[in-house]
Design a protein around this ligand. Structure first.
Ligand code: UDP
Ligand code: MG
Length: 309
C-alpha cells in the first residue's frame, strides 16, 4: 500500500531536520508500505526550500513543491492532496506538535476498521497560550452552531484520508478552502484518533492572529448562510424596538406630555443602535460578496515555482 505524508512548511528551518529524522525513524516501522513525503514550501523566506532539496538528494521519498509566495497553510495542504498518488494520505504539521510516531497506529486503525477519514483529536494541547486554546474552542463550537454540517471539535488538519476522499477533494473548485470542513462535508464516515498535542519543537507559530481570523471566517462563511439570517433577525428586532418606542413616545405626547423626557438621549440611543446594526449587517454581506468576487476571478489556489519529485 502506498502512503503519502503531506507536510505544509512555512519558515520551518528550525524544525525540518528534526522532523525528517523522526519521520524517517517512524518509516522503519512501516517497511511494508511504500512511503512518500510531500513537503510543500509555502513561500518561506528562510532556508526551508534548501533543506528540503538537501533531504531530497539523500532520500528519494522526499518531494518538494515550492510556492512562488506565501499562499497559506490551507493552500499548502491542498497542493499536497492534489499531488499525492497513493492509497492513503496523512496530513501533518512540520513543527512536531502532532507526533509522527502515532502515524503507524493511525494506519493500523485504518486497516482494522477501513474508515475513510481518521482525524487526530487533541485531548490535550501543550505549549499553547490560553488565548489560542480559548479562541479555538469558541470557534469550533460556533461553527458547529452555525453550520448545517457537523464538524468534529478540537481537531486540526492532522488526519488520515483514503483514496476516495482524496479524489473527492480534488473535485472541489472553491477558493479559499476550509479543508477540515470540506472533508467532513463529503459525508464519508470519520473516526477520532485521540492524542496529546505536543509543544512546537522549535521556532514560533506561523499562524498569526490575522491568519487564524481569516481561517475562521473562511470556515464560517463557506459553510453557513446563518450570519445573513441572523442580521435579518436582528434588523427586524431593531425595527420593532424602534417602532414600540415611537408608539410609547406618541402615547405620552397625547396623554401624558409632562412625562415625556425632554432631551435627545433616547433618540440618540436608537440612532446609534440602528446605525451600528446597519454597519454590522453590511459588513456581513460584504464578506460574502468579497468571497463571491474572489471566486468569480477563478484564480488558482496557489502557484508553484519549483517542483522536485
Ligand atoms: N504553515 C504554512 N503556511 C502558513 C502558516 C503555517 O504552511 O502561512 C504551516 C506551518 O509551517 C506548520 C503548519 O502550517 O507546518 C501549522 O502552522 P503552525 O504550527 O505555525 O500553527 P499553530 O500550530 O501554531 O496553529
Ligand atoms: Mg503548530
Amino acid at each position: 500500500m502506498k502512503v503519502s505524508i503531506i507536510i505544509p512548511c512555512y519558515n520551518e528551518e528550525d524544525v525540518l531536520n528534526t522532523f525528517y529524522e523522526r519521520i524517517n525513524n517512524v518509516s522503519k516501522e512501516l517497511i511494508d508500505y511504500e512511503l512518500e513525503f510531500l513537503f510543500i514550501n509555502d513561500g518561506s523566506k528562510d532556508k526551508t526550500e534548501k533543506i528540503i532539496e538537501e533531504l531530497n538528494k539523500k532520500d528519494s521519498r522526499v518531494k518538494l513543491f515550492s510556492f512562488s509566495r506565501n499562499f497559506g497553510h490551507q493552500a499548502a495542504v491542498s497542493c499536497g492532496i492534489h499531488n499525492c498518488c497513493s492509497d492513503i494520505a496523512v496530513i501533518i504539521d512540520a513543527d512536531l506538535q502532532d507526533p509522527p510516531e502515532i502515524i503507524p497506529d493511525m494506519i493500523k486503525m485504518y486497516e482494522d476498521i477501513k474508515c475513510p477519514i481518521i482525524y487526530g483529536k487533541r485531548v490535550s494541547r501543550k505549549g499553547e497560550t490560553f488565548f489560542k486554546k480559548l479562541t479555538a474552542s469558541i470557534f469550533y463550537r460556533l461553527i458547529n452552531l452555525l453550520s448545517e454540517v457537523k464538524f468534529p471539535v478540537d481537531t486540526g488538519d492532522f488526519r488520515l484520508i483514503d483514496r476516495n476522499v482524496i479524489e473527492t477533494y480534488k473535485s472541489f473548485g472553491e477558493n479559499p478552502k476550509y479543508i477540515r470542513g470540506l472533508i467532513s462535508w463529503t459525508g464519508f464516515e470519520q473516526k477520532a484518533f485521540e492524542y496529546e498535542r505536543e509543544a512546537r519543537a522549535a521556532g514560533h507559530t506561523k499562524y498569526t492572529f490575522k491568519k487564524m481570523l481569516k481561517l475562521a471566517l473562511t470556515g464560517i462563511l463557506s459553510f453557513s448562510v446563518k450570519p445573513l439570517k441572523i442580521s435579518l433577525f436582528l434588523g427586524t428586532l431593531a425595527i420593532f424596538t424602534a417602532l414600540s418606542f415611537s408608539v410609547r413616545v406618541f402615547y405620552l405626547y397625547l396623554f401624558n406630555p409632562d412625562k415625556l423626557v425632554k432631551g435627545y438621549a433616547s433618540a440618540i440611543i436608537i440612532i446609534l443602535f440602528m446605525g451600528g446594526f446597519q454597519l454590522l449587517s453590511l459588513s456581513v454581506i460584504s464578506e460574502y460578496l468579497a468571497n463571491i468576487f474572489n471566486e468569480i476571478k477563478k484564480r488558482p489556489e496557489y502557484i508553484l515555482k519549483k517542483t522536485i519529485k
